[in-house]
Design a protein around this ligand. Structure first.
Ligand code: HEC
Length: 63
């Protein structure tokens, strides 16, 4: 593991509007954000690479 990869793994996202939406607090996530989420998980295919609460596959390169 590279140093930068080790560092990046220390950065955690939590309690963002998206996290609260996932936890069931519907009011925290705008209708536009909800449409974007559907798009990213569907047609746009972002979740192929951006998964989990940090939206990363934890890969060490960008290939
Ligand atoms: C084939 C894999 C792949 C797909 C599909 C993909 N991405 Fe990415 N994305 C990456 C990689 C690799 C990076 C650069 C490394 C990183 O920041 O995790 C990146 C970086 C990003 C960043 C910058 C992150 C930062 O920390 O600055 C954003 C925002 C982003 N992608 C959004 C999207 C969106 C929105 C979609 C869907 C439309 C998408 N990505 C689809 C692989 C992908």
């Amino acid at each position: 593991m590279t140093s930068i990869a080790a560092y990046v793994r220390t950065i955690l996202s939590g309690n963002a509007p998206h996290d609260r939406f996932r936890a069931g607090e519907k009011g925290t996530f705008s209708p536009a954000a909800q449409r974007g989420l559907v798009l990213s998980e569907g047609k746009a295919g972002c979740v192929h690479c951006h998964t989990g609460f940090n939206f990363t596959d934890e890969g060490e390169d960008c290939s």
